[in-house]
Design a protein around this ligand. Sequence first.
Ligand code: WT7
Length: 650
Amino acid sequence: MPKDHHTPSSGFDASTAHVDADGYARMYQASVQDPDAFWGEQGKRLDWMTPYTKVKNTSFAPGNIDIRWFEDGTLNVAANCIDRHLETRGDQTAIIWEPDDLGTDAPQHITYRQLHDKVCRMANVLLDLGVEKGDRVVIYLPMIPEAAYAMLACARIGAIHSIVFAGFSPDALAARIQGCDAKLVITADEAPRGGRKTPLKSNADQALLHCKDDVSCLVVKRTGGQTTWTARDRDCLALMEEASDECPPEEMGAEDPLFILYTSGSTGQPKGVVHTTGGYLVYASLTHEIVFDYHEGDVFWCTADVGWVTGHSYIVYGPLANGATTVMFEGVPTYPDAGRFWETCERHGVTQFYTAPTAIRALMGAGDDWVKKYDLSALRVLGSVGEPINPEAWNWYNEVVGGGRCPIVDTFWQTETGGHMLTPLPGATKLKPGAAQQPFFGVQPVVLEPTSGKVIEGNDVEGVLCIADSWPGQMRTVWGDHARFEKTYFGDYAGYYFSGDGCRRDADGDYWITGRVDDVINVSGHRMGTAEVESALVAHEKVAEAAVVGYPHDVKGQGIYAYVTLMDGQEPSDALRKELSDWVRAEIGPIAKPDLVQWAPGLPKTRSGKIMRRILRKIAEDDFGALGDTSTLADPSVVDDLIANRMNRT
Ligand code: WT7
């Protein structure tokens, strides 16, 4: 753990920041002492069709996890993100679209008025296809404006969207279409990314083979690439041309679902995280404004994909609810070269830039010259998200990218939390590289003793991170399985929301996330359940058994380390290693591909047959000096073999 230290005050002009240190302390106290009053006031940042009279109605009580915010209010998310801005900023750019390849496509500036036109047209297309309020629509698109139109079109008519990241395989897509019983899939012919094209439509075709016959498919012609058209396919852009550009927004209850987003957990299949309408939007919009110190006229760029929650909250919903100009980037940080981010920041005058440590580390490795070539003087705030940022990367981001002028907000949050939970605030927090530092308004972090579940008071302590009470952006349930919601997040520590992360509260009371304490690993800021990778591996005919753990990786944060026991008679070989890695890639997607595969004649198991993952983690970390107690193993000698043949020697 790095030594805690405060950075020298940067050149950031704190006088115009929304919140200063005293303001933060005051507002935070108010938010936790009287949540009804605090959030009742904050809720007014949205336009309500029927104003709410109740604010917070939440229970973390065992057996009765029930979370409602603004429950008797009604509103429409699309109307809040578009219509209400038309009078004052109809001609302002809402979305700047930055294509993958500037040689083939030009950036687009889409005004709020144009956004209104497109979203209404797409909403009418959905209605014509029979999509009704409450129906689920799966979105499997590249990072193109149509992805935002599709989200907002669903919101406009009250359909529930579920975005599947375009990097996911046909099988993963099929599981999600089935999981939420979607009526329609919106996809594109191909997804250009880093100069390569992913055949989304053909992936969707394969996925739909496993789904009900009556799922329709709306196809956006992105590249014009060859695709086969079937009876269930419709041409999205052609239908939008013909559709009316007016579509009244549906009146939604604050607690009606807005979207489902599947995310990996420590066991079994990914969970459908459900976010609802009112509380989510209040929270996304307030965090966007305060955490990034967003002001009128700013150009905000979050480099995430809308396939992840970061893209939902901080590319689309938060910024558009605030009437911001938001950048949507189709490509990757290193295409056509390692200057792409910085060139794009210069060209669009980006004022807030929000990315993941893995990208920062990769670009740091490419050298400072790529950054110094460009004028980044418009930048005011930098953000980091997805995993802990190591101080070396933090310092580079601060000095080379931010020129020492831009506060870095290291935002800790999760798919489940809807928006930021722990984060410094620009101008209000003295920054510590690597720490997520302080709770956002309304968030009550507690550190618990992992085994007893006792609350650890005081500072300079370490344990698991839980949250003591609800905040408006919190997920409400797991789609179709409220019992799983209760068990996963409230089952281990009664009365608390359990994050799954370990944390330290330092001597000053600042929080440091120490990483997941469950069987979830974080690869390049993407969350992966080890159980998912294991089940993909054992689905291969040559694999008898598999155990997967994370290990430290210089660029990705964590890499995927797989221990594989082959079926009797199968010969280990490098070719088979590659075959298995490619198999997992095809089963789940490129992000799940194992980095290292070790042949394990046996796995360390207790006499009752439970795999001792602690030992496997240690070996993968190349830290087998302190394996702890191995006396309960059925056959302690397997450990020696695993150590001798480990893949991660340093
Ligand atoms: C997990 C959530 C919502 C953000 C994108 C990832 C880790 C996230 C940080 C941070 C340390 C972080 C945690 C968390 N994480 N942000 N600033 N510092 N760790 O969302 O896929 O739901 O993953 O990402 O381990 O539990 P996600």
